[in-house]
Design a protein around this ligand. Structure first.
Ligand code: Q46
Ligand code: ZN
Length: 303
């Protein structure tokens, strides 16, 4: 690991990775041993490794998998679900399954078509649905915190994109821990300091089976381009990604970035349909999306 100037054998790598995870959780006060934790799993290396290491460290976890119904181009959801199920069975862990088709009546690709969004917007539709659904599952199950497997590559690419467009709202919200508020469960990303490569090594050394294929819609994701650019910089200058993100985090903690705009982070209104918080009056973005799809579906059936 050139960015840390460290070289490990198998045994000491696993020890380092596990103790670093514990250090991040404790140092950043992400959650405690008494927290009831919901892990969002996708079948990929990051989320399954996260579930694995949290279990190893003795945290109280349960996981949820959302079946997005992305199977028309390639059998992506079906395959990833199988990896998640096998993992839960192997380690005898609690897993909840949410099938979008049966809960809201649409798979992600159908929802994009019915809501008349362009195919290029699939990931933003999917992201909105996942955020809303995971928050609802966490609220319904009285979880203290929702954790995701986002890694340093994800966070640095997200930060890069937000800086490129100077999206102040997104920049203020980007953090390894988001406080809970009425209607919003707290969220944490315990892997935000680990690179994709470090997590892959943890998964392989623990013989965790995970889906290696990318979601077929990921090809459209700008994130991948940003990741490739940052990886190029990292190759030339080891530690770039970590410095980029940690220096941002340091400034954020000092409130030196956008100090006068902290208050507007609070979503203080509630959607009349799903009752989740929203920043504007009326239906939240998720309910507006579903309403649009439902009305288009109705129009089609009338014709
Ligand atoms: S699952 Fe959904 Fe990702 Fe596929 S459609 Fe895009 S956001 S790429 S993490
Ligand atoms: Zn709503």
């Amino acid at each position: 690991m050139r960015q840390h100037r460290l070289i490990f054998c198998r045994e000491h790598y696993l020890e380092w990775f596990t103790s670093q995870t514990l250090h991040i959780i404790e140092h950043e006060k992400l959650f405690t041993k008494s927290s009831k934790i919901l892990v969002a799993v996708s079948g990929g290396k990051d989320s399954l490794s996260l579930w694995h290491v949290l279990q190893t460290l003795g945290y109280n976890t349960q996981a949820v998998y959302i079946d997005l119904g992305i199977d028309s181009v390639a059998p992506y959801s079906n395959r990833s679900l199988q990896f998640v199920k096998d993992f839960a069975i192997q380690y005898n862990l609690n897993l909840s399954l949410i099938d979008l088709q049966s809960t809201i009546g649409y798979s992600i690709p159908n929802l994009v078509v019915k809501s008349k969004r362009s195919l290029a917007r699939t990931c933003s539709v999917c992201g909105l649905v996942k955020r809303h659904t995971l928050n609802q599952v966490a609220l319904d199950g009285n979880f203290d915190i929702l954790v995701t497997g986002h890694n340093l590559d994800d966070e640095a690419a997200l930060l890069f994109g937000n800086v490129l467009s100077w999206d102040v709202d997104l920049l203020r919200r980007q953090s390894p821990r988001l406080q809970g508020q009425p209607g919003f469960v707290a969220k944490a990303k315990p892997f935000y300091r680990f690179t994709e490569r470090e997590i892959t090594a943890y998964a392989i050394l623990n013989q965790i089976n995970y889906i290696e294929d990318e979601c077929p819609f990921a090809i459209n994701a700008k994130q991948l381009e940003y990741k490739a650019l940052l990886n190029k910089l990292e190759e030339e200058h080891p530690g770039t990604k970590l410095r980029f993100y940690l220096n941002f985090q340091k400034e954020q903690k000092l409130c030196s970035l956008f100090p006068d705009q902290q208050a507007s982070l609070i979503a203080d209104q509630f959607c009349p349909s799903c009752h989740q918080p929203t920043t504007s009056a009326g239906l939240c973005a998720y309910c507006r999306l579903l309403a649009r799809a439902n009305s288009n579906a109705k129009d089609l059936s009338i014709k």
